[in-house]
Ligand binder design. Structure first.
Ligand SMILES: [Zn+2]
Length: 247
């Protein structure tokens, strides 16, 4: 295989295109995970608001029940106070007195509970308002981020179609035997077929090849495989020495 250097350059280009395609596919594949990550703060804020709203509803229900209880106890108290007026002996007086005292204690306890509920509601209401605002802010931010993500995905899919088109166009321009060799090595090292040779060292597997082969790689007249890993080798031409500064 002589004068195959355009092949080596084309295979390097092919490998580069395959790498681009793979990274675009990875990015496209991560869309769902990224969408979930964007939505997570919204879900969290919504849960906080729902918990607060539920607690407020429970406290209001308890408060209404408390109001009903207070009314009932007050009726009971009125009845016992009237009985107190109508007693005819000390035993009846004592019994009525006891009922009045019990009802008064119940009333006091129920009213205390209602006051505690009102205090709690006073704290919960602004907390719910803050949570509602936080949710709205986070929904706005997530909406922007999701729109950005959708744009990016569209762009990635277009790029991928372009890259795949370039791969399809490039492959037939490579000599069939060279392309077959590339595809064979590609099964073992997807997107890692072509490796740089530094001195006599294959950069991919870190093993030295024979000087004769290294020199063939540098002459770049034929495709040379690494003796250890079978990758195709290329040598980077040393940069031209910089011109000495004028003056
Ligand atoms: Zn190697």
């Amino acid at each position: 295989m002589r004068l195959v250097i355009p092949d080596l350059e084309r295979l390097q280009a092919l490998q580069e295109l395959e790498r681009q395609a793979a990274s675009l596919q990875t990015a496209i594949g991560q869309v769902d995970a990224r969408r979930l990550a964007i939505e997570a703060p919204v879900v969290e804020a919504r849960n906080v608001l729902e918990t607060l709203t539920r607690t407020i509803e429970e406290r209001q229900t308890q408060r209404r029940a408390g109001d009903r209880d207070v009314a009932t106890i007050q009726q009971r108290l009125t009845k016992y106070r009237q009985q107190l007026m109508a007693v005819t002996n000390a035993r009846e007086y004592e019994a009525a007195q006891h009922e009045v005292a019990t009802a008064e204690a119940d009333l006091k306890a129920r009213e205390d509970q209602t006051i505690a509920l009102l205090f709690e509601l006073d704290e919960l209401t602004p907390q719910a308002e803050q949570a509602r605002q936080l949710l709205a802010d986070r929904e706005d931010a997530a909406g922007l981020a999701l729109a950005g993500l959708a744009d990016e995905t569209r762009r990635h899919k277009l790029e991928l179609a372009n890259v795949e088109g370039s791969i399809t166009a490039l492959r037939p321009t490579v000599t069939p035997t060279a392309l077959a060799l590339y595809d064979r090595v590609s099964k073992r090292y997807p997107r890692g077929v072509v490796s740089e040779l530094k001195g006599e060292l294959c950069v991919a597997c870190n093993v030295k090849i024979r000087p004769m082969l290294a020199s063939a790689v540098r002459k770049a007249e034929q495709l040379v495989q690494c003796e250890n890993c079978t990758r195709l080798l290329y040598a980077v031409k040393p940069a031209a020495p910089a011109a000495p500064p004028a003056g």
